[in-house]
Design a protein around this ligand. Structure first.
Ligand code: SF4
Length: 495
């Protein structure tokens, strides 16, 4: 997500480059919304940012401020209608509001049912629309729009569970907010006296903006012609930032909790080498996401680092492709081993995670075919045994290889000579810097209640039929959710 308030620059073009820099956070759809001070204009499309926009098309979206989004679907299918930012009518101001969301709302189904009961209709199958419609129904008797939004966000943060980092745009204000646990990242930057908000600091760098600070958990930031103001909408909870951002998700040059993700990853490799040493000739990383981890392993172990796999950079990240078929195809297209480096060598292969166990056996096979004498797989994170409900796609235990198999079973499955995972203690030493983080996918200790008993049933709420659709306020039947879209509910899917 990205947002900018800067009337003197081409805000849509800046947003185009901003979300392009954040492409790694989602590859399914992209969108930009601008305001000219009176009306909002939005353009969204399926695919990568560069498939939806170029500089010329972005430049047609004129305005004084803009927000943008790349989608990695967690609740709601990967389809055009679910692309963000989504546009809604605001009954308080009489204008429109656009909203973009990073995260996954744990109680989206419950809130959707409450809103439906109250007469609200839905156009998409996303938790974002649920969150947005809840937000816009709050407030109304306040003195001005500042007070309205503050009341709305206070109510939202009391009722809507994690996880959400949000950017919103109205004709005359840009807003950014982060849930009380701070699960997903969101930061504020400044350039030329104007403000920018972004999911990661790498999007500030490409603009030449300096990092002001992270949006605090439970905080609402408002940016408009008079500058920036902050409102603590609710007391922050025990911090539960996603540790997976440090391990894998964030770009390595992004600063998280005051430190570059690359540094954390390198330190994960150091801890991994201490916990799982092995006699070997070279250390390679699975590119690109495990390169820093491998360099850390090499520096601690003294085993030389080398590149042994070449990645086709034009195949997306397999982990965040929207279905298993695409993931498997991605893994096959993605890597090519280098026999000149690998033949006859005992190889330590460092990867950041094994989630489903789809890609790793393929990589081990490729390395063997290239002549590697031994393959010692080292994983710079503990086994992922629990689903994420907060915005990373590992929704069900069935998908997680470590939820049902021992380390030895997994070693046999992937075909490595040895396998070692980093411990939770090692992960905390490398990443946490003394600040609590969410570790739920590793230890099952979720920062909020989640209804894990429903997870095996893959999460679809029964679809409404036309005759069963609730009556709207004017007595007509609202359009039911389409049968090819399921609102992922009860335990919202994390993709
Ligand atoms: S469960 Fe794991 S992936 Fe999900 S927010 Fe927590 S640490 Fe991140």
């Amino acid at each position: 997500m990205f947002g900018i308030w800067a009337p003197e620059v081409d805000v849509a073009v800046e947003t185009f480059y901003g979300i392009h820099t954040l492409q790694h956070r989602g590859q399914e759809s992209a969108g930009i919304c601008t305001t000219d001070g009176r009306t909002l204009t939005v353009k969204t499309g399926m695919g990568l940012v560069a498939q939806v926009f170029d500089e010329a098309t972005a430049a047609k979206l004129v305005g004084i401020a803009a927000i943008g989004h790349t989608r990695y679907s967690t609740t709601g299918a990967s389809r055009f209608r679910n692309a963000q930012p989504i546009l809604l009518h605001d009954h308080c101001s009489g204008g429109e509001v656009a909203i973009a969301h990073n995260g996954n709302v744990v109680n989206a189904a419950q809130v959707r049912a409450e809103l439906t009961e109250a007469g609200e209709g839905f156009e998409t199958s996303t938790d974002t629309e649920v969150l947005a419609k809840y937000l816009l129904r709050q407030g109304g008797g306040e003195a001005d729009m500042d007070a309205v939004w503050e009341a709305r966000f206070s109510a939202l943060m009391r009722h809507i569970k994690v996880a959400y980092s949000l950017v919103l745009l109205t004709p005359d204000r840009l807003m950014a907010a982060r849930d009380p646990y701070g699960v997903r990242p969101l930061c504020i930057g400044q350039v030329g006296g104007r403000y920018v908000v972004a999911s990661e600091t790498c999007a500030l760098d490409q603009l030449g903006a300096s990092l002001v600070r992270e949006v605090a958990p439970g905080e609402l930031i408002t940016i408009d012609e008079s500058g920036m103001r902050a409102f603590q909408a609710i007391e922050p909870a025990q911090p539960a930032g996603c540790v997976f951002e440090h391990i894998y998700f964030a770009r390595p040059d992004s600063i998280l909790d005051g430190r570059a993700a690359w540094q954390s990853r390198s330190q994960l490799g150091v801890e991994l080498a201490r916990e799982h040493p092995v006699d070997a000739d070279i250390v390679i990383g699975v590119p690109d996401s495990a390169t820093a981890h491998a360099i850390g392993y090499s520096s601690e172990s003294g085993i030389p680092y080398s590149e042994g796999l070449v990645k086709n950079r034009y195949v997306g990240r397999t982990f965040i492709s929207p279905d298993q078929r695409l993931r498997e195809l991605g893994a096959h297209l993605k890597y090519n081993p280098m026999p000149s480096v690998l033949a006859g060598r005992r190889v330590v292969v460092v990867d950041d995670t094994i989630v489903r166990g789809t890609t790793t056996p393929r990589i081990v096979r490729l390395l063997r075919e290239a002549g590697a004498a031994e393959i010692h797989m080292r994983i710079a994170a503990p086994p992922i045994q629990h689903p994420c409900h907060f915005g990373v796609d590992m929704a069900t235990r069935q998908e997680l290889i470590a939820a049902s198999q021992s380390v030895e079973d997994i070693r046999r499955h992937i075909g490595a000579d040895s396998l070692g995972y980093l411990s939770i203690g090692g992960l905390q030493r490398a990443v946490s810097l003394g600040k609590p983080t969410c570790l739920a996918c590793f230890n099952g200790d979720y920062p909020v209640d989640v209804q894990t008993e429903f997870e095996v049933d893959t999460l679809a709420v029964p679809l409404l039929t036309a005759s069963a659709a609730p009556l709207s306020r004017n007595g007509s039947r609202r359009r039911p959710v389409r049968s090819d879209e399921t609102l992922v509910a009860l335990v919202p899917e994390s993709r």
